[in-house]
Design a protein around this ligand. Sequence first.
Ligand code: TXA
Ligand code: MG
Length: 317
Amino acid sequence: MTLRLTPHDLESAARVLQAGGTVAFPTETVYGLGADATKPAAIVKIFQAKERPADNPLIIHLYSFEQLDRYCSAVSDVADKFLKAFCPGPLTLVLPKRAVITDLATAGLNSVAVRFPAHPTARELLRLANLPIAAPSANRSGRPSATTFEAVVDDLDGRITAVVCDEPSPIGLESTVVDMTGEIPIVLRAGGVSLEALQAIEPTTIMRTQAVDSSVNSPGLRHRHYQPLARVVLCRSLRDVSIDSPKSSAFIGLEATGDKKFGLSLRCETVDDYARLLFDFFRRCDTEKIDTIYCQTVEEAGIGYAINDRLRRAGEA
Ligand code: TXA
Ligand code: MG
């Protein structure tokens, strides 16, 4: 049985982490599944619970900037500027690694991804545990990330030591991952901090392009991701699609469905709402036995890069 904890029980949650157990907890992006990043036996439990491929490295979550030097061997001036501008927050920086982080957590790479979550529950847990906490998204590998504790329980009940049952994650998509180990910052995964915001601090920052084979730099991007059981079909507008079986079809996007009928549909008022509700909608579609989910793509700007990226990857066969 997985222990259910509340945000008032964080001391218990911290003790579980210190004892080498696994704890799912809320962050502002998605729920994470945490364990002590210095203990190989604890990290193995994360990979087992999620059925995650061992070559996909984890993000290390820290409480304070002072901890950085203990786990990273070099923090460049640009990395420092990003930290000051966006952390704590939905940004992950890939930096040169020190040996105290177990190689199991970083899949043997000589770099480590670090993030300072802003969510008050996550921060308090990190402060109490006083450890670097490796935490991937708290879902079974390949499934949509968990943005609610109910989603965590659906995927991982009985497989993890404890879950902190809190409110849904306010952003709903994962952090922006930026590789800081090269000449210029490269965004490996679009997320909560936009490309434009990064470029305002460091104009040379670029988005990893599909053309560049980044499998070396970001092993995680090779694997299947974010996939509901239903088929995901992308569209620019509902005008472009003809629906064969409305009852078993669903729609999510910014547009009103008008005279088109669906078994399930969600019109999002803003792109922020779209980001926040997308993964939960995918999971609802599975519960409702939807066959096909039509997803409207959005403008490539701000959080829109991340939305389109998750939609594309959910739609990959
Ligand atoms: O918002 C988030 O980032 C959430 C919350 C829980 O913090 N975590 C998360 O972790 O999304 P995960 O494991 O689902 O995704 C981590 C991504 C993967 O694409 C992985 O390949 C990449 O970060 N990554 C981790 N370490 C890396 C490294 N050293 N070099 C390059 N990419 C790395
Ligand atoms: Mg994930």
